[in-house]
Design a protein around this ligand. Structure first.
Ligand code: PLP
Length: 484
């Protein structure tokens, strides 16, 4: 079935709210001076559901998806947008993406299982990963999900599992390891260790060389029941300029032509992954670098599609289907994380504002110096006067915002960390035995729980004490208590 036949499109118009100040289309400062998400006051949300709390805007996600899709469709005839499920694994989020017609990128059994459980279209889903297990392959094959091969021995493993299952049409891609010479001296965020973009891209674990790719292509052509459809690459968000992505896309076409010339086979699609960003005044993302200068969806689309078209013309290739796997650019600014101010410690050289949100739940603060803009949700128009460090309750330094200029804060103020919709809940940890916050989905005036707050029982559930240790403790206890 071709992409056009199975395309779902949601044309239901979105009702855009009007705010005094907009932080995104559906998040802004309401008439009462509070931070609102769509038709809901975040101060009321915090009262009702407690803090720390994640809040997602359903309509912001829908808006982001439509704008992303439209930007690429304006430049290119065959586009498939696959939401990177890893950026937000919520089942409700996946349902929204299905309704919008988004495909999906999945890593690992659970992520694929959740996506399928939430009704994702398997024909628009790809499975990525450099060490896939048999169970995972079986799940993908049973559901007709395209598997992007990322190891030389994976093909035989897929073949074995497919044969065992009697599968006759397994769709495959190959994740490639581009060389990216033009990015030799380009530097950005350290997403994959130190070094230039090229050094980072060559040092991470993903992708097959051109020789390996051609060996795989030739082998697949001789195998029954397996069908190669795409080459895959993911540059990641090392930089926020469209030209770097255009360089990558151009090389994908070069590789497609090399594969054709060396094997006689031309893959029908290229999947150029994620890493697309969004910017905001004042900055967001790694080291706050994503400000107004960051490429827009439209700028990415223009630069990348031009490169693909030019390179295809040069190499006499028909335009491949273009797949992308945006994560953060769709889910990032749909979400905020709310934390309540507790004790405030003022020293002559520094002020620390403690909140109940922690780096467990905003894990990117520990990664590439990620910057989350902070808004005082209950006094969102108040001017910044004090420079403070906002810190969480963990026994690490737990810095959520360093040297931030904020209004003079008091206990019980409510702080909102913007752009927390992607990779925060899905990457969250549990240091100091913390319970995961709830997540609330807001749509218009509706606010519904989509992730339950964890209880102490949830945190403890995994722990076991071997009987021999229990017995020893009991013995010691009885000795100690007999002395008193
Ligand atoms: C293969 C792949 N595709 C897509 C993404 C999404 O990236 P982003 O959220 O930066 O768009 C990732 C992120 O890790 C990825 O590994």
């Amino acid at each position: 079935m071709n992409a056009a036949k199975r395309s779902v499109r949601n044309d239901e118009p979105l009702a855009y709210p009007k705010f005094k100040t907009h932080f995104s289309e559906f998040i802004g400062i309401g008439a009462n001076g509070h931070l609102w998400v769509d038709g809901v006051d975040t101060v009321e949300l915090a009262k009702k559901f407690g803090t720390p709390l994640y809040v997602w805007s359903e309509n912001q996600l829908r808006h982001n998806f439509r704008r992303f899709r439209d930007a690429w469709e304006a430049e290119y005839p065959k586009v498939e947008v696959l939401f990177a499920n890893k950026s937000n694994n919520g089942l409700a989020i996946r349902h929204i993406m299905n309704q919008e017609g988004a495909g999906g990128d999945a890593f690992g059994y659970n992520e694929l299982y959740f996506a399928l459980l939430a009704g994702a279209d398997p024909k628009k889903t790809v499975l990525n990963g450099s060490n896939k297990g048999d169970e995972e392959l079986e799940l993908a094959i049973a559901n007709g999900v395209c598997i992007n091969i990322d190891a030389m021995d994976e093909l035989d493993r897929i073949d074995r599992v497919a044969k065992r299952m009697g599968a006759t049409d397994v769709e495959l891609g190959i994740r490639v390891k581009l060389i990216l010479n033009p990015l030799k001296k380009r530097f950005g965020a350290a997403m994959h260790g130190d070094g230039s973009m090229q050094e980072q891209a060559l040092s991470h674990k993903w992708g097959m060389t051109i020789d390996e790719t051609c060996i795989l292509v030739k082998r697949i052509a001789k195998m029954n029941g397996l069908r190669l459809t795409e080459l895959h690459y993911h540059l990641s968000r090392m930089g926020n300029e469209a030209r770097d992505f255009a360089i990558m896309a151009r090389e994908m076409i070069e590789w497609t032509a090399k594969v054709r010339d060396r094997t006689g086979f031309t893959p029908e699609a290229i999947d150029i992954g994620g890493g697309w960003t969004f910017g905001r005044k004042g900055g967001t993302g790694p080291a706050g670098a994503d400000d107004e200068s960051a490429a827009t969806f439209e700028e990415y689309a223009k630069a990348v599609c031009r490169a693909i078209k030019e390179e295809c013309a040069k190499r006499k290739l028909t335009l491949p289907t273009l797949k992308m796997e945006p994560g953060r650019s769709l889910s990032g600014n749909m979400g905020i994380a709310l934390g309540r101010v507790g004790s405030i410690k003022r020293h002559p050289t520094k002020t620390w504002v403690n909140v109940d949100m922690s780096s467990n739940f905003l894990p990117h603060v520990n990664f590439a110096h990620w910057y989350f803009p902070i808004v005082v949700a209950n006094r969102a128009t108040a001017k910044g006067t004090d420079v403070v460090d906002v810190v969480g309750p963990l026994c690490s330094s737990d810095e959520l915002g360093v040297k931030r200029k904020l209004p003079k804060l008091n206990r019980d103020d409510l702080l909102a960390f913007l752009d927390a919709g992607g990779y925060q809940e899905s990457v969250a940890g549990r240091f100091n035995a913390q319970c995961m916050p709830a997540a609330i989905l807001v749509s218009g005036k509706n606010a519904e729980v989509v992730s339950e707050r964890e209880t102490v029982g949830d945190v403890m559930r995994r722990f076991r004490v071997p009987p021999r240790l229990l017995a020893k403790s009991q013995a010691i206890k009885s000795k100690v208590s007999s002395r008193y």
